[in-house]
Design a protein around this ligand. Structure first.
Ligand code: ADE
Length: 254
């Protein structure tokens, strides 16, 4: 049996949907977290809740790599939409990730990770292709994916898949002013969250493929987000299960 792949989510509600599909999982406790070791679609998998924020994500990635020897990490969860066309219910698959709150200027260029000479970390193309292909498939029929009540409640009519820059920072962006400032500073940023770029940096250090998919839960503005918890349970967890499941199902048997 080959090395496992890791599936990481920041919030419990997302992981529980995936865990329900892993009948043989075993719990291994490390770094104050539960790592669930088992199988999904016939693939060896370690699933874990990272908790929220860049440090939590970096610790989780390091444990996955050092202790579990995973051969790839996929992060799944929610994000706030930044670009004008990125709406609630859409999916963003990262091609690049950057820490928007990293600024050691004037010693180093803004956003650059000091002493690494880079600000943007590339996601693995093959995994990103598989995730966006699966997203394009399942988003054609949002009612089949999340049910009519959730479609109506969250106004998800014709959800889209976007690929591009995902930015991360230790802030929940919840004012229009901050969202607009981020869009001015980083015009190609599609969405903002709190973990991806940190995990991408750790995976880069270890030379292990990383990819991230995010369901847009809010527009990172003044309305972000009254119904956050319900959105995660009713919408994002189902998106995660469908997309990560499709990626795993398409992997060669180990
Ligand atoms: N995750 C989901 N929405 C977010 C937001 N508005 N800011 C940061 N992380 C998020």
């Amino acid at each position: 049996m080959g090395a496992p792949v890791a599936i990481v989510a920041a919030m419990h509600e997302e992981l529980s949907a995936l865990l329900a599909q892993m009948p043989d999982e075993q719990r291994v406790r490390a770094a104050g977290r539960d790592f669930w070791v088992g199988h999904l679609h016939g693939q060896p998998v370690v699933a874990v809740l990272s908790r929220i924020g860049k440090v939590a994500a970096a610790v989780t990635a390091t444990v996955l790599l050092e202790r579990f020897g995973v051969r790839a990490i996929v992060f799944t969860g929610v994000a706030g939409g930044l670009s004008p066309g990125v709406n609630v219910g859409d999916v963003v698959v990262a091609t690049q990730l950057l820490q928007h709150d990293l600024d050691a200027s004037p010693i180093f260029p803004k956003y650059e990770v000091p002493l690494m000479g880079m600000a943007r970390f590339a996601a693995d193309t093959a995994i990103a292709d598989a995730l966006s292909g699966a997203a394009a498939d399942v988003l054609r029929d949002p009612v089949a994916l999340i049910g009519q009540p959730a479609v109506d409640e969250f106004g998800i009519r014709s959800p889209k898949v976007h690929r591009g820059l995902l930015v991360s920072g230790d802030r929940f962006v919840s004012t229009t002013a901050e969202s607009e400032a981020l869009q001015r500073a980083l015009p190609d940023a599609l969405a903002v969250e709190m973990e991806g770029a940190a995990m991408a940096q750790v995976c880069h250090d270890y030379g292990v493929p990383f990819a991230a998919m995010r369901t847009i839960s809010d527009r990172a503005d003044d309305a972000a987000h009254a119904d956050f918890a319900r959105f995660v349970t009713e919408v994002a967890s189902r998106y995660s299960l469908a997309l990560v499941g499709a990626w795993l199902a398409g992997l060669p048997a180990t």
